[in-house]
Write a protein that binds this ligand. Structure first.
Ligand code: ASP
Length: 328
């Protein structure tokens, strides 16, 4: 008997042989049409980082590599003295030292990272050299500084007058209450996909303001602050690093996408996981994720309202408000 199933199978084979895309879409709607305009794309945590997505786009639009795009993009806030959460101008630790964390990952799964790095304006570029020029993934503290200086980076004072003044003010009470809410947190996590479908990610920060000396957050930890898998997509985090570290948030987002979740669903799953595991800390602290899947679809979500992100796609660079778990 020539059943409907057989008819479908034969027509499907006919369709494949004919190489007919419309046939595919009509008969196999689960194979969504590739959106050829979705790439290239760059996404970054926090609205002010539109300047970073603009720098990334220059590389992407010229046909460049996603890895170069995320490095160029994240170098923008690193050099910006007005950005008090990243690089130069970042708020210091409670002893007055600016200490920096960063990581980067390419389309082959190579990764580099630095933590507790001082005096170097561009930790993301040092992380890239750890990835490319050493047999290691992560260098920390004095060793990371030594490596950077050997590679020709300049030793600089990264503590601006504004950041020093904020620290002096904080010292009057010197209340050590790690708390990260929606304002003043511009740690940049960025994911980009280039025209050749290569995915890369980067994350760089001065970490929590007035943290304990030696404290390292989620941002330089692969799988926590950022993670990329070229077969799937990438994700990055911002907010209270301790909550992201304990859940390996970015890795979770990528694994959710691997299981077929849309990036938006994947970031919501990670935020819900954090809120469920740490309900008390989640009341007062923000965590936000951004994600891109390999088709160029994106997602963004925070625990609290106020998390926003920059997206450069289809020639437009825009800031969007992310949804939130505890929002209206
Ligand atoms: N995640 C960073 C950290 O905990 C801070 C932030 O995103 O604002 O170091």
């Amino acid at each position: 008997m020539y059943t409907r199933r057989k008819f479908f199978r034969d027509s499907l084979i006919g369709g494949i042989l004919a190489g007919n895309a419309d046939f595919w879409l009509k008969n196999a709607p689960y194979l969504s049409k590739p959106d050829k305009d979705a790439l290239p794309v760059a996404i970054a945590t926090w609205g002010p980082n539109v300047k970073a997505t603009a720098a990334a786009w220059e590389v992407l639009a010229a046909g460049g590599r996603a890895l170069d795009a995320v490095e160029a993009g994240t170098r923008v806030p690193e050099a910006d003295p007005e950005d008090t959460s990243v690089g130069y101008g970042g708020f210091p630790d409670r002893d007055g030292h600016v200490t920096l964390d960063a990581c980067i990952m390419d389309e082959f799964g190579n990764a580099g990272s630095v933590s507790f790095l001082e005096h170097i304006m561009h930790p993301i570029s040092v992380a890239r050299l750890v990835m490319e020029k050493t047999p290691h993934v992560m260098l920390s503290g004095e060793g990371a500084l030594q490596f950077a200086l050997e590679r020709g980076f300049k030793q600089e004072n990264l503590l601006t007058d504004t950041a020093r003044a904020a620290w002096e003010e904080w010292k009057m009470k010197a209340e050590y209450k790690p708390k990260i809410n929606v304002e003043r947190h511009d740690t940049i996590g960025m994911v980009a996909i280039d025209m050749k479908h290569r995915i890369a990610g980067a994350c760089t920060t001065s970490g929590m303001a007035f943290k304990m000396r030696g404290r390292v957050g989620d941002s330089p930890i692969l799988g926590a602050g950022m993670f990329v898998d070229n077969e799937v997509g990438g994700a990055a985090a911002t907010g209270l690093g301790e909550m992201v570290l304990r859940t390996l948030g970015s890795f979770l987002v990528v694994e959710e996408m691997r299981r077929g979740a849309h990036p938006q669903k994947a970031v919501e799953t990670a935020v819900k996981r954090i809120a469920r595991k740490y309900p008390e800390q989640s009341k007062e602290n923000q965590v936000g994720f951004i994600a891109l899947d390999k088709k160029g679809r994106h997602g963004a979500f925070g625990i609290h309202q106020g998390f926003n992100y920059a997206l450069y796609q289809r020639g437009e660079n825009k800031v969007f408000e992310a949804g939130s778990l505890l929002g209206k």
